[in-house]
Design a binder for this molecule. Structure first.
Ligand code: WTA
Length: 632
């Protein structure tokens, strides 16, 4: 693989240097000095950051590391919402906008810190009235509206563990997540609105809870005024209904540093998604620190992250991190292409956004549409622009830098994962940026590129991306599956194996290439090949299937499925659209195959494992590599 990478290394050995105004811009100041300070005493480094925040009881020790189990801020007591809300309400930020929301229909809602706290406390008391207690799991399946954020914070307020499921997931995917977490409550909306159309969520929820005995109540936020969904008394409750007749004040639950904060499911290499579990203190400190210093958020900034709060990016960089900092967060329900391809840039102009965080797939889509759209609007308020979710290829970097950042704004290309909870690698503001490379480990984090034995690769070569030391926001386990957790730390000796392939440049910068396992990243969303395969096989006409990712210039990858039909079925366009519909309903629109090919046989090892690598090589016309295990 090295040859391939070297080509890229030579081609893009160019640096972009930040303007003078960005040098030593933040507290971090000089990257190298901050990094040295961290390496000299990691615990002192992290406790210095944690001291900015409010604790009910301080910690005894910063880190208790019992490989591969970490406890951070041992014995400390806190509540993350006291830091995201009350801390600001007690200060001059009380009347500052915490959340500015823009709906598809043009509606705008603004919540000050005080107003957001008031809503969160009422909803939290509503949950309490329903019997929700500390440690209970609550599933949130909602569109990008303020109520989604309120529901998350209300859970955290009372110590309930939220499991947010992105509203683009289908019925089976939702059912799996509800049952695995044994959620007591499901919070949803009647509809989500996308590109002017209402998409019913409640019908998906009603089917998804059919086989979910843990669910005691469904709380419905009703957006539709014309035909409001009817509510089954007792079982189904109204979102604002439960906020009536409850006390206005809800004191934050006293949480231990290591109490669970939330579960978030992510695709794995088996058919069942992994419930990544994050805990209170370390996650709070990690997301606070990175929001503040990676984005260099300033008091008067308006910050926009285009992700959905239903993904980790939204958890960490729409909700918890920026609110812990006391920032003003802009949240928009609008897709980048509706009503036209200028809408995001129009919003930046209107809101005077200062810090903007989006995904490479969106950047590449805009590149294709041309500069005319962003050039119609005044983007001069932008100061920092960020990227996350997949590699930001050099062409996209250059376009983003020039057309959106006007050759002035630093780009923070942030590498991290649902599992890491916080940003891990980027080019800190003020440092020279190298297109194609995410950058270096941020102060507080130690990463490397290694071979399968854990030996550091030579600079200029590729290998596996690993994290070498525990970090505060790291996942603590995979819910009800600790063995899968241990695998992260046991695959490559002595480190956390991220599952990504990367190249280490001679200058220490890291270029992330993509996944090393059976996860396909489509438009920034992780999709397990096994999940799509089992969805296809659950259709009555399908005997077997194998799924691969095909590189795509816009979406990063597209899903291609190879399907063997059961006897008595014949390939047809009608069957193809039936299969696509079936995947759409079970897993959701994000997992739908772009292409289905009917085959009689699939390449397998003698032990019967499908060799997707062989299918992929054939599809792309490249060398399949070692096929000695292939069964003829
Ligand atoms: C990929 C999203 C290259 C990577 C926060 C990782 C990236 C997976 C980058 C995690 C980046 C994320 N450059 N690749 N800047 N950011 N990835 O869990 O493959 O949805 O392992 O978390 O996305 O995806 P997840």
């Amino acid at each position: 693989m090295t040859e391939d990478f070297d080509v890229k290394l030579v081609e893009h050995a160019k640096y972009y240097r930040p303007a003078a105004e960005y040098k030593n811009n933040s507290w971090i100041g000089d990257y190298k000095k901050a990094y040295d300070r961290f390496q000299k005493d990691p615990e002192l480094f992290w406790s210095g950051i944690a001291k900015d925040l409010e604790w009910i009881r301080p910690w005894d020790t910063v880190l208790d590391w019992n490989y591969p189990y970490a406890k951070w801020f041992v014995n400390a007591k806190l509540n993350i919402t006291a830091n995201c809300l009350d801390r600001h309400v007690k200060s001059d930020r009380r009347n500052k906008a915490a959340l500015i929301w823009r709906g598809e229909d043009g509606a705008e809602r603004v919540y000050t810190y005080q107003q957001l706290l008031t809503e969160v406390m009422r909803f939290a008391n509503g949950l309490k009235k329903l019997g929700v207690q500390k440690g209970d799991r609550v599933c949130i399946y909602m569109p990008m509206i303020p109520e989604q954020v309120i529901a998350m914070l209300a859970c955290a307020r009372i110590g309930a563990v939220h499991s947010v499921v992105f509203a683009g997931f289908g019925m089976t995917a939702l059912n799996m997540r509800i049952t695995d977490a044994e959620a007591k409550i499901v919070i949803t909306s009647d509809i989500s609105i996308r590109r002017g159309k209402a998409i019913p969520l409640i019908t998906i929820v009603q089917e998804a809870i059919d086989n979910a005995p843990s669910v005691e109540h469904v709380i419905i936020h009703r957006r539709r005024k014309d035909q409001p969904v009817t509510i089954r008394a007792d079982f189904e409750l109204d979102f604002y209904g439960i906020m009536e007749d409850v006390p206005a004040i809800c004191e934050p639950e006293v949480m231990d540093a290591e109490d669970p904060l939330f579960i978030l499911y992510t695709s794995g290499s088996t058919g069942t998604p992994k419930g990544v579990l994050h805990t209170c203190a370390g996650y709070m400190v990690g997301t606070y620190y990175t929001s503040k210093y990676v984005f260099d958020l300033k008091e008067r900034d308006i910050y926009w992250c285009t992700a959905d709060p239903g993904w980790i990016t939204g958890h960490s960089y729409i909700v918890y991190g920026p609110l812990a900092v006391g920032a003003t967060v802009f949240l928009s329900e609008l897709t980048p292409d509706y009503p036209d391809a200028g809408i995001w840039w129009k919003l930046i102009e209107e809101q005077r956004i200062n810090v903007f965080y989006t995904a490479p797939t969106a950047i590449r889509t805009f590149m294709k549409l041309g500069e005319v759209w962003p050039n119609k609007y005044d983007l001069s308020s932008l100061r920092v622009i960020g990227s996350v979710g997949e590699p930001l290829n050099p062409e996209a970097f250059e376009w983003y830098y020039k057309v959106i950042g006007k050759d002035r704004c630093p780009i923070v290309d942030t590498w991290w994962q649902t599992e890491t909870g916080m940003q891990m690698i980027t080019t800190m503001i003020g440092e020279p940026m190298r297109p194609g490379f995410a950058g270096k480990a941020i102060p507080g984090v130690e990463v490397d590129v290694v071979d399968k034995d854990g030996t550091s690769v030579r600079p200029g070569t590729g290998g596996f991306l690993v994290v070498k030391k525990p970090w505060p926001a790291m996942l603590r386990t995979v819910y009800k599956n600790d063995e899968r957790y241990r695998k992260y730390w046991e695959t490559i000796k002595g480190c956390y194996a991220a599952g990504d392939l990367a190249v280490k440049g001679k200058d220490g910068n890291i270029m992330v290439i993509g996944r090393a396992d059976d996860i396909i990243i489509v438009a920034g969303h992780n999709i397990g090949t096994a999940e799509v395969e089992s969805a296809l096989v659950s259709h009555h006409a399908v005997a077997e299937s194998a799924v691969i990712g095909k590189p795509d210039t816009l979406k990063g990858n597209l899903i291609k499925a190879f399907v063997i039909l059961r006897v008595g079925n014949t390939p047809s366009d009608k069957l193809t659209s039936d299969l696509i519909y079936h995947v759409r309903v079970t897993l959701g629109p994000i997992a739908v195959p772009h292409e289905i090919e009917y085959v009689d046989k699939l390449p397998k090892t003698r032990s019967g494992k499908i060799m997707r690598r062989v299918l992929k090589a054939k599809e792309l016309g490249i060398d399949p590599g070692d096929i000695s295990t292939l069964d003829e």
